[in-house]
Design a protein around this ligand. Structure first.
Ligand code: TMP
Length: 212
């Protein structure tokens, strides 16, 4: 592929969207075409699926299998309609969450079968894995404190995943570490409990080291 594909992963409140925006600025300053997107979502279909997933918008609780397949349907649509065409065009694609969120949340936290999830993910993305995955690692409590201050004074409320027990989120974080151990070449783990600037500079080092 002429373009490069970078995904950002991490527990709730780990600062992914801020770091994606900063990396976009840095890459664009070097004259590169950058396209930023997110999961679930990133397409009209995906954004409707996001609404179903995050707020039980259909008015009934989702089963674990339905949840998994909705995430991966959104992913397939994003991959086929947006990410692959952009990479073929030579763009850099930055994606907020991707296959590893499914492994961490549905696999390690919900307890669904890991080899089955690997196979479904692989089917959804047609084998095109990210060139680099930045894992913004943060203590669960620290992430939730950030969320509280983000929501304070707004009328936004916690989504279905943020309302899960803390134990669920500890399994997510542990799951991410296991995924990074499984594919150390693809992952770069960054301590996200620091200033925005310090994290951004480490993200940039990781990108340069891996892709430039
Ligand atoms: P966020 O994009 O605001 O972080 O919200 C997405 C939520 O969905 C987040 O709690 C993680 C969760 N999620 C999964 O459980 N599985 C997935 O495959 C993806 C992409 C996200």
């Amino acid at each position: 592929m002429p373009g490069k594909f970078i995904t950002f992963e991490g527990p709730e409140g780990s600062g992914k969207s801020t770091q994606i925006r900063l990396l976009q600025e840095t890459l664009e300053a070097r004259g590169l075409n950058v396209f930023c997107t997110r999961e679930p979502g990133g397409t009209a279909t995906g954004e409707q699926i996001r609404n179903l997933l995050q707020h039980d918008a259909a008015g009934e609780p989702l089963s674990d299998r339905a949840e998994l397949l909705l995430f991966t349907a959104s992913r397939a649509q994003l991959m086929d309609r947006v990410i692959l065409p952009a990479l073929e065009n030579g763009d850099w694609v930055l994606c907020d969450r991707f296959i590893d969120s499914t492994m961490a949340y549905q696999g390690f936290a919900r307890g669904m079968d890991i080899p089955t999830l690997d196979a479904i993910n692989d089917f959804a993305i047609g084998g095109h894995k990210p060139d680099l995955t930045v894992l913004l690692d943060l203590e669960i409590e620290a992430g939730f404190q950030r969320l509280e201050s983000r929501y304070a004074g707004t009328n936004e409320s916690h989504d279905r995943f943020e309302r899960e027990a803390r134990e669920f989120h500890h399994r997510v974080r542990e799951g991410y570490h296991r995924l990074a151990e499984r594919e150390p070449q693809r992952f770069s783990i960054i301590d996200a409990d620091r200033s925005i600037e310090a994290i951004a500079s480490e993200v940039w080092n990781a990108v340069q080291g891996a892709l430039l």
